[in-house]
Design a protein around this ligand. Structure first.
Ligand SMILES: [Zn+2]
Length: 78
């Protein structure tokens, strides 16, 4: 799954504050994501983040699942 720094993740499981959107601060073995409501940062293992993602927004545009799964080709058409 191609997640980049600066992406916004909509998670299945919300933060304790009730917000389920997080911005990505760092990617790697662990992701650092920041709750967009309360600003709290959490470190989460990559596998756990990926399982928990519902949607990904990049520059305010939702990525389609094929782009996320990285099938090789970039699909530019909306
Ligand atoms: Zn929060």
């Amino acid at each position: 799954m191609h997640i980049l720094v600066g992406d916004t993740l909509l998670m299945k499981k919300p933060h304790p504050c009730g917000c389920n959107t997080f911005s990505v601060g760092r990617v790697g073995m662990d992701f650092r994501i920041r709750c967009t409501k309360c600003g709290r940062e959490v470190m989460v293992p990559r596998g756990k983040v990926e399982k928990n993602i519902k949607r990904v927004l990049r520059n305010g545009i939702e990525l389609n699942r094929q782009a996320l799964m990285g099938n090789g080709e970039n699909q530019e058409h909306a």
